[in-house]
Design a protein around this ligand. Structure first.
Ligand code: UFG
Length: 336
């Protein structure tokens, strides 16, 4: 049985589908603070999936979970992930993302579970010293979110040396798109990410999409990021666990497409995929945005045999299908 923490959230739910489709039994542990119970209901017909509501900050919840299920490995997503919020409420991030993970690792050791795949982030690198960013790039996070994840990476390295707990740390770049069959998707409140914000602005609720800054040192003046499809990313987690099972050694991998797209490129691609003009305005820069971030993901390609397969157009199309579904769901809720 594979434990997926945060499996009711965006990346966790897509990863749960990938594991279920590959024939694994899965138990999801989620406090439903940012995840959704509807997601769990959607996952049930796909395969053998159980759900336990609980919180990483509560050792009793973890103890009951590990006592009840025969867990062989953990894929760990449960975390808060809003960079801006982490700056004014760092305690929330260190308590959940760092201290909560420490509880998880200690409970794993207590129950002799010694394999974990960890959802880390390119935010652990901070302001890039060079691009593309490889795994050897110095890690100097510039916000508590990135710092809370980097601390976990370091704890995991020490737990390997001292207790033999093996971990694969996956540092993602920007995640985009949704399940091809539109069963699960990106459902954040508030939504801060680029593609859903562009798409939301097409639903005519007076929300104009804003480009945060067009005076960066990039060819069109807008920020460059590396947008990796969520289904490609989900597959990488299963490959990482299978690699860990085979090699039994800890490692770290960047996950990205190695292609940089500017905010303007993504906006143009959305207009093309939707075949409509989208209202847009230029707004001031958002604090803490580096001009250019994209991955060197050769290591994941070579060692995990991972290859991102989906195009940015596919990500936009599936994100739009999901957004249409979400709008209906939200409208229904507000009618009640
Ligand atoms: N952007 C806009 N308008 C919007 C939203 C975003 O112009 O309405 C711009 C941002 O300024 C940025 C780019 O689009 O230049 C991408 O922004 P996102 O918020 O989609 O993603 P980030 O690059 O800020 O964040 C991602 C992950 C974080 C991670 C971070 C590391 O979502 O979890 O990369 O830098 F921490």
């Amino acid at each position: 049985m594979i434990l997926i923490t945060g499996g009711a959230g965006y990346i966790g739910s897509h990863t749960a589908i990938n594991f279920l489709n590959a024939g694994y039994d899965v138990v999801i542990f989620d406090n439903l603070e940012t995840g959704h119970i509807e997601t769990i209901e959607t996952l049930k017909p796909i395969g053998h999936v159980s759900f336990e509501k609980g919180d990483l900050r509560n050792l009793d919840d973890l103890e009951k979970l590990f006592f009840k299920y025969d867990i062989e490995a953990v894929v760990h997503f449960a975390a808060f992930s809003l960079v801006g919020e982490s700056v004014f409420n760092p305690a929330k991030y260190y308590r959940n993302n760092t201290y909560g993970t420490l509880n998880l690792l200690d409970t794993m050791l207590k129950h002799d579970v010694k394999k974990i795949v960890f959802s880390s982030t390119c935010a652990t690198y901070g302001e890039p010293e060079y691009t593309p960013i490889d795994e050897k790039h110095p890690q100097n996070p510039i916000n508590p979110y990135g710092a809370s994840k980097l601390m976990v990476e370091r704890i995991m390295a020490d737990y390997d040396i001292a207790y033999g707990l093996k971990s694969i740390k996956l540092r993602y770049f920007n995640v985009a798109g949704c399940d091809e069959k539109c069963r699960v998707g990106e459902w954040h409140n508030p939504e801060t990410h680029l593609i859903p914000n562009i798409l939301k602005s097409t639903f005519g609720k007076g929300q104009t999409f804003k480009i945060f800054g067009n005076d960066y040192n990039t060819p069109d003046g807008t920020c460059i990021r590396d947008y990796v499809n969520v289904e490609d990313l989900a597959r990488a987690h299963r490959l990482a666990l299978e690699y860990l099972n085979k090699e039994n050694k800890s490692d770290v991998f960047n996950l990205g497409t190695e292609q940089g797209d500017s905010v303007k490129n993504i906006f143009d691609a959305c207009e093309k995929v939707l075949d409509k003009k989208i209202p847009v305005e230029i707004a001031p820069r958002r604090a803490g945005d580096p001009a250019k971030l994209y991955a060197d993901a050769q290591k994941a390609k070579t060692l995990l045999g991972w290859q991102p397969a989906k195009t940015i157009e596919q990500s936009i199309k599936t994100a739009y299908d999901w957004e249409c579904r979400l709008q209906k769901l939200i409208n229904k809720e507000s009618d009640l």
